[in-house]
Ligand binder design. Structure first.
Ligand code: NDP
Length: 246
């Protein structure tokens, strides 16, 4: 603990699930943390209180990742409140599953706007407030390269795009001493993919460890990548997926 004292962070989609666990873990390491949400106002306000009760600053920002101006506004509001941004975690994401004949152009655009375009917009704005030592962590998915079920084409394509964005930007930011990495979870127990949901038993058959992870496990890896000991890791897509096969 205390690896992130005097650091400030922005986590997108921090009101629930993996994002909320990341907010709490970064704060536990000493960072002040802003986070976005789209609709879960009560959860967001409760999380602000929880973080503040530990002595850290917290800021909840309603900002739809599909709206580029809202994403930019959230970055600016974070910098205005904290004076700088050391860590950006692009976690907000959606998964629209379905057979090709059921999926629409809107499904495609919405997924790419939230899972890919928002990262481009948020990173572009956040680096204006980042100094040497800055950390960008994208939450991709093991489905970028492993897809053991039907109906996940748009989701997989969007997460594969995150790999490319990460790799490309690592070249741009390397000379500035800013790292960017893509953390790729496997099945994590959240509202998006509950460990007692309809697909869970099948997914467990794909997992050498035979279980879902809890959001805290992804948060711990994120905190390491955000910390001082991860400075030589950049442009990487790193799995935290229980050995997921596909
Ligand atoms: P959840 O659905 O449990 O939580 C999603 C979070 O993102 C919420 O805080 C939600 O806000 C926010 N969010 C959703 N849409 C938007 C939007 N348009 N703008 C801003 N915020 C938004 O998801 P998870 O925690 O499971 O997933 C987090 C990330 O991890 C995603 O990128 C997902 O693809 C990835 N992932 C998840 C896996 C899993 O098994 N759970 C596996 C691999 C990757 P609100 O509460 O207001 O709705």
């Amino acid at each position: 603990m205390n690896t992130l004292v005097n650091k400030t962070a922005l986590v997108t989609g921090g009101s629930r699930g993996i994002g909320a666990a990341i907010v709490k873990r970064l704060a536990a390491e000493g960072a002040d943390v802003a986070f976005t949400y789209v609709s879960a106002k009560d959860e967001a306000e409760a999380l602000v209180k929880e973080v503040e009760s530990t002595g850290r600053k917290a800021l909840a920002l309603q900002a739809n990742a599909a709206d580029a101006d809202a994403v930019k506004g959230a970055v600016d509001a974070t910098a205005a409140k904290f004076g700088k941004i050391d860590i950006l975690v692009n976690n907000a994401g959606i998964g629209i599953m379905g057979a090709l004949d059921q999926l629409t152009l809107d499904d495609f655009d919405k997924t790419f706007n939230i899972n890919v375009r928002a990262l481009f917009v948020g990173i572009k704005q956040a680096v204006k407030y980042m100094a040497t030592g800055g950390r960008i962590i994208n939450i991709g998915s093991t489905n970028a390269t492993r897809m053991p079920f039907e109906g996940g084409a748009i989701y997989a394509a969007s997460k594969a795009a995150v790999q490319g964005l990460t790799l490309g930007l690592s070249r741009d930011f390397g000379p500035q001493g800013i790292t960017i990495n893509n953390l790729q979870p496997g099945p994590i127990n959240t509202d998006m993919n509950p460990e007692n949901g309809p697909f869970a038993d099948f997914l467990r058959t794909q997992l050498p460890v035979g279980r879902y992870a809890q959001p805290d496990e992804v948060a711990a890896f994120t905190a390491f990548l955000a910390g001082p000991e991860a400075g030589y890791i950049t442009g990487a897509s790193l799995n935290i997926d229980g050995g997921f096969k596909g």
